[in-house]
Design a binder for this molecule. Structure first.
Ligand code: HEM
Length: 113
């Protein structure tokens, strides 16, 4: 959730939006985990990606260029409501990357204030 590294120690692909979930508070991560533990487990074996889509080593380069890990920091000078909205958009809802990556491939850009 915070580092983009999977359980096996390998890089995850940012199709899983760890680039945004890294901003989540620890309390929210724990709450999501607690909820997921209440959901019945299903057994799924994901299909293996084709050659070009399993080059996880390349994510180290991509992360160095585009990934900034770290919890959300409220903006000083903005209201609590503004910061809550910004947190929801930037961290939990990962709205921003859908727009940035889909159109401009600019994962470091922030939503305009
Ligand atoms: C709060 C919601 C979510 C939680 C708690 C969560 C949790 C996780 C975790 C822990 C992994 C890594 C599993 C491992 O170690 O192998 C993972 C993988 C993944 N997630 Fe989710 N996820 C969430 C939402 C999403 C969303 C919104 C997307 C896509 C829009 C997504 C797409 C993926 C993909 C594609 C992977 C595989 C990444 C890879 O193998 O490189 N997840 N998720």
């Amino acid at each position: 959730m915070r580092t983009g590294i999977g359980r096996d120690g390998k890089h995850l692909f940012p199709a899983f939006p760890y680039t945004e979930f890294t901003r989540l508070t620890t309390a929210d991560i724990k709450a999501i985990y607690a909820y997921l533990r209440t959901v019945p487990a299903v057994r799924v074996r994901p299909r293996e990606n084709s050659f070009w889509f399993r080059q996880r080593w390349a994510m180290g380069l991509w992360n160095a260029l585009y990934f900034t890990p770290g919890e959300f920091v409220p903006a000083r000078g903005q209201s609590a409501a503004w910061n809550r909205g910004n947190y929801l958009v930037e961290a939990l809802a990962h709205c921003a990357p859908a727009i940035r990556r889909g159109i401009f491939c600019l994962p470091n850009a922030r939503m305009p204030g």
